[in-house]
Design a protein around this ligand. Structure first.
Ligand SMILES: *Cc1c(COP(=O)(O)O)cnc(C)c1O
Length: 306
């Protein structure tokens, strides 16, 4: 099966953008759905279609929802996105214009998610979980396959972590390419630091609330598999502030001329914010995960508040 995602460019970072002289960027902001999510979601939706699913259902007003719409429409399947009432009308419109039916249920994501899972079961539809499914991780792992295929030798992978699906995919990708010794730098913003708190506690921690601007990192609890992998694979768990993340988005836009949302800014901020701790890495690879929660207007606001 030909994947629905693109093999995105692997670029060397502009001089001076990071403390290290040689930093490599996997440009998943350039996926047709504007984030890496299409890798895993595309894999999951293709498999569901092959297994006879007649419809796709997803509870996400963000990048996972957008990827589900892109994947379903590419395969000619109807798609229903369930949004909690907390999602804005702008988000609902963004999704509807791309050809999805939009339903509203519940006050917050957890409620929309439970309703959507039940709806999918009733309709014989496939449910797309935003971060917790083995096929998603298998799809996300392709980003490492693509980098390895170029012959680049990197000594760390830096990634943002929300529910941990991307992290799990990266670890899977490293392992299946014989790179199980390459550390992953797992970055969260304060206020969305469910992995960092879980590692410190030695067990899964459910955050009482998400208080970070990086809403795509706002899983109150990470997938169990992500925590398990973070405890078994060489992993450096780090946090940055919202301001670090938004400043990194501005600097990245200026240097690379590509816009990314604060969730991605978290990964971009790590090398500078934690410079001493990460100085030992001479050729790190950053997963530029992208995201739609950014505009020229938000970049302007983040610049003023620098
Ligand atoms: C979903 C998302 C993340 C976090 O991915 P998880 O698999 O939930 O850890 C990070 N950045 C962007 C832009 C996202 O859309």
């Amino acid at each position: 099966m030909k994947p629905l995602h693109l093999n995105t460019p692997l670029l060397r970072a502009a001089p001076g953008l990071f403390p290290q002289a040689e930093v490599w960027l996997k440009m998943d902001a350039l996926q047709p759905s504007s984030s890496f999510k299409l890798r895993g979601v595309g894999r999951l939706v293709q498999q569901a279609a092959a297994d006879g699913a007649r419809e796709i259902v997803c509870a996400s007003g963000g990048n996972a929802g957008l990827a589900a719409v892109f994947a379903a429409r590419s395969l000619g399947l109807p798609v229903t996105i369930v949004l909690p009432n907390s999602s804005s009308t702008a988000v609902a419109e963004t999704i509807a214009v791309r050809g999805a039916s939009v339903l509203r249920h519940g006050a917050v994501w957890d409620e929309a998610h439970l309703f959507a899972v039940q709806l999918a079961a009733e309709r014989g539809a496939a449910y797309v979980h935003p971060f917790d499914h083995p096929l998603l991780w298998d799809g996300h792992a392709t980003l490492i396959d693509e980098v390895v295929a170029t012959g680049l030798e990197f000594d760390a992978v830096i990634t943002a972590v929300g529910g941990g699906g991307l992290f799990a995919g990266i670890v899977q990708g490293l392992r299946r390419n014989g790179l199980e010794q390459v550390p992953v730098i797992a970055v969260e913003t304060l206020g969305a630091d469910s992995l960092s708190q879980s590692l410190a506690a030695g067990e899964a921690v459910t955050l009482p609330a998400i208080t970070s601007i990086a809403t795509s990192l706002g899983a109150r609890r990470v997938a169990d598999e992500a925590l398990r992998l973070a405890q078994s694979h060489p992993t450096v768990s780090l946090t940055v502030s919202d301001s670090d993340a938004t400043q990194a988005c501005v600097r990245f836009a200026d240097a690379m001329r590509v816009m990314v949302e604060p969730a991605c800014g978290a990964a971009l901020a790590a090398l500078s914010v934690h410079e001493a701790q990460l100085a030992r890495f001479k050729r790190p690879l950053i997963e530029v995960c992208g995201g739609i929660a950014v505009s020229t207007a938000s970049l302007a606001t983040w610049t003023i508040h620098a």
